[in-house]
Ligand binder design. Structure first.
Ligand SMILES: Cc1cc2nc3c(=O)[nH]c(=O)nc-3n(C[C@H](O)[C@H](O)[C@H](O)COP(=O)(O)O)c2cc1C
Length: 144
């Protein structure tokens, strides 16, 4: 069965909620196994096994959070992500600067960014639908 790993960092729960919604959307696609994991607990073997990844964090200081930056600077993580389908997401107060950081840094790893989403604060209203759709889109990419 194809596998998706949804990785997130979150200080106050908003990005974690986004991760859950992306996973919920991906789970509506049959034959796809979805797991949600905090960046603190990612097992690189599982990351290797995943065919697609969603990765997100809060926007901090007009950029991605330090935990996500540290995670994506690891060579084992970079190798595991190479050539995968990836969706990116961030929660912010005003401007979703972390998306720009992801785009710039993931491009160097030759990953395919298949979609992106942001929410100001906790996702609500049409943002909920957007995140469910992003999960479905990612799952559709790898469905066998
Ligand atoms: C240290 C720190 C820096 C932040 N910097 C920004 C920023 O540059 N731009 C912005 O729009 N929001 C900024 N925020 C707000 C968070 O991105 C926002 O509250 C987000 O919803 C938090 O997500 P979380 O609940 O997943 O931690 C910052 C918050 C913190 C704690």
């Amino acid at each position: 069965m194809s596998k998706i790993l949804v990785i997130y960092d979150s200080l106050t729960g908003n990005t974690a909620k986004m991760a859950e919604l992306i996973a919920e959307g991906a789970k509506t696609v049959r034959e796809v196994h979805v797991e949600v994991c905090s960046v603190d607990a990612v097992n690189v073997k599982e990351l290797n096994e995943a065919e697609a990844v969603a990765i997100g964090c809060p926007t901090h200081a007009f950029s991605a959070s330090n935990k996500i930056k540290e995670f994506l600077s690891r060579n084992d993580v970079k190798e595991a992500l190479m050539s995968k389908d990836v969706a990116i997401f961030t929660s912010c107060l005003l401007y979703p600067s972390a998306l720009k950081w992801f785009e710039k840094n993931l491009r160097m790893l030759n990953v395919r960014i298949v979609g992106k989403a942001y929410a100001r604060g906790k996702p609500k209203g049409n943002k909920v639908q957007e995140l469910l759709s992003l999960g479905r889109l990612l799952a559709d990419k790898i469905k066998r």
